[in-house]
Design a protein around this ligand. Structure first.
Ligand code: GDP
Ligand code: ZN
Length: 295
């Protein structure tokens, strides 16, 4: 049988098989020798040990389409990033860092602003101007008023998405609405794993029907600094790339240099000021980190 690993805890893999449910599996000896560690998100072939007890062995790992490092998960198609319009006030610096992190892993991103019902006038337009210009799909929704949830379902359809956002933005409210009607499958997993094994939070894929999975991503970190050369940071800001081709100096950091295409684009409003400020801040941290390393 073919299934998908939706959770891994202490040597056990929980494999979801469409129409059959969740099997508690161990990785088989021969397969473990290959030194490939199965990840949440991996599509696998399992042998059933007991249909009654829903146990089995993972006997084969199917080829991975992709592998994310943060969070460690296979076959993710996109990231859904959730912030609130307010309460809590959106931290655009954190948002831009998260975008960098996903860009560095070449993952498509959808940005979702929840709590549309309490948004300040002009906020939606400002965010659309900022982030649609950068090429991101932006969704405004309200879990409270059940608005925009269908649009989220549409972007998730048929894909595996990692869902992330700071706490308090309404992530659980949205995830609950998305998993409604699939609670059988997800309830089953907590029942199986609920034997006091899960003391810490683990990544888990939730099945939303028809080849659609989401992963609630723990550990939303604000400390992320890209690992690349500082001079290449601008490539993680998609709307900087074209303007940067107009910079006079090769290796332009888009900071103090004259005749900088990026700074021109900020002046004429093509690049949002907040994006540029956050770029400069992250750039500064990257340079500092390197200086500390080589000191
Ligand atoms: P999480 O920490 O991101 O999982 O956020 P929760 O789903 O627990 O929601 C945090 C708070 O925001 C709760 O008090 C929710 O009732 C509230 N909330 C969630 N969605 C909305 C929304 O669309 N509009 C408003 N006004 N409040 C919301
Ligand atoms: Zn420049």
């Amino acid at each position: 049988m073919t299934g998908k690993i939706i959770k891994g805890i202490a040597g056990f893999y929980y494999v979801y098989v469409v129409d059959s449910g969740i099997y508690e599996c161990k990785a088989k000896g021969a397969f473990r020798k290959e030194k490939v560690k199965p990840l949440v998100g991996d599509d696998v072939i399992i042998d059933i040990i007991s249909e009654d007890e829903k146990t089995g062995n993972v006997v084969e790992l199917l080829p991975r389409k992709s592998e994310l490092i943060r969070p460690a998960v296979a076959n993710v198609d996109q990231a859904l990033l959730i912030f609130a319009t307010k309460n809590p006030e959106p931290n655009l610096n954190l948002l831009d860092r998260f975008l960098c992190m996903m860009e560095e892993q070449e993952l498509p991103i959808v940005i979702c602003f929840n709590k549309e019902d309490i948004a300040d006038d002009g906020f939606e337009q400002r965010m659309r101007d900022t982030y649609e210009r950068a090429g991101y799909k932006v969704i405004f929704c309200s879990a409270k008023e059940e608005k925009g949830i269908d649009e989220i379902k549409q972007v998730l359809q048929g894909k595996t998405s990692t869902v992330a956002g700071p706490s308090g933005v309404g992530k659980s409210s949205i995830v609950n609405m998305l998993t409604e009607g699939h609670s059988m499958e997800t309830g089953e997993v907590s029942e199986k794993i609920g034997r006091g094994k899960h003391t810490t939070r683990h990544s888990e894929l939730l099945y939303l029907g028809e080849d659609t999975f989401i992963m609630d991503t723990p550990g939303f970190s604000s400390l992320f600094v890209p690992k690349m050369e500082p001079v290449d940071l601008y490539t993680l800001f998609p709307e900087f790339i074209e303007p940067a081709s107009n910079c006079k100096f090769t290796g332009c950091a888009h900071d103090k240099e004259p005749k900088c295409g990026v700074k021109d684009a900020v002046s004429n409003g093509e690049i949002a000021a907040s994006r540029y400020e956050n770029y400069l801040q992250i750039y500064g941290e990257m340079v500092n980190e390197r200086n500390n390393k080589y000191r």
